[in-house]
Design a protein around this ligand. Sequence first.
Ligand code: SF4
Length: 452
Amino acid sequence: MHTAELQSIPTLTQIGQGEGVYISTYGCQMNENDSERMMSLLEMMDFHSVPTPEQASLIIINSCSIREKPVHKVHSEVGRYRKMKEANPRLRIGVTGCVAQQEKDQLRADIPLLDFVLGTDAIDSLPEVIARVRLNNEPVVNARFQHQAPYHIETLIRNPGVSTFVNITKGCDNFCTFCVVPFTRGRERSRPLQHLLTDVQKLVDRGVREVTLLGQNVNSYESECGVNFAGLLKQLARQTGIERIRYTTSHPKDFNEELMDVMAEHQDKIMEFIHLPVQSGSSEVLERMHRGYSRDEYLGIVEMIYSRLPNAVLSTDIIVGFPGETEAQFQQTMSLLNEVAYENIFAFAYSPRPFTKAQHFSDQISESVKSQRLAQVLALHKETSYALAKQYLGQSLQILVEKFDDETGRVSGRSRQNKSVYFTGGRELIGQTVTVHIQEALPLVMRGERVV
Ligand code: SF4
């Protein structure tokens, strides 16, 4: 939108007129964060969040295209709102997120009742877009990447609570052959170091105790002044009052000794939980995936992590049934899962994504083989993760308390290792880090008793 057009719009901050917004969010933490950002912007326009679409005069579907049939999901959700739209002429409906970015004008052409389609780089234009669709009743499609524009945003979170997410990078330049992200989130860009230091300190001043630094590939962060991810972690640990720092997702090829040295040096603040997506245990498959590391190189990184940080806890992502994956190559993934003590894994059967190279590979694997392999991975993981969880029995963990449940009278929080831990306690513990003796331990959830 041009400045001249903006000037003709009266009182941007009053456009919501106290009406309701319903945001339907799919997909990853990046999308969750984008929805929160959109809601913050809309509240500044005098909208408020409502829990059901029926109460809303603005509905936003924040879409995800990482899994199967994403466009179909958008069609079917909009279809559910068709009658509401006919009955309520004030109702405006828009699609944002990765499907919006991927489909652009086509989405509105296919679903004419959509009032707007907003790509992943256009979130901050939401107020102007809503003004146009509300005041001028004109449909808007804004899904151009701003590749050259600096990534200068302020973290917008309405009620950050004890633990919150902070975007540090967006986009990805890696072009793994199975992944649609570079096409839906654009080229990688990093936020300026000083903005992040200021943002995190402001969150601390609002009561935040823990931040998770967020990006598709956080450890390729590079600030305008050349500070890398290790440098960012070091400065956040030294220059802000944040108590706990986590990050996700890291890429094995960008993991280096400097990063591990900083994590080891600042263990008081930087949590030892590391999500390190391997995707496959076969070097041949990794090469076809364009991951930038071999099996041995990955194992070398794992070894380096444990040598610097013996108490590190790892999780990973696995794709089974990538095109051309032989039974022997799949078994290499199984053997890697036996070799590395992952406490959690996210395993998926490969499915072709638009724009990606791998969708054109001729040696696609049958659905039945993919399902069998996925079942094997999940069964193995179930076995190992339960065994690893048992090691926590009788241990005392440091829990940052995040929530109190009125019904059960229990509080919950997370350990340094990212385990959710429940124990009896009062609301006044929220925001405190307490010691809890673990009495029951499942892979992701644990129960215990506070040590006082
Ligand atoms: S690193 Fe690969 S898998 Fe991760 S977002 Fe980038 S292209 Fe996708």
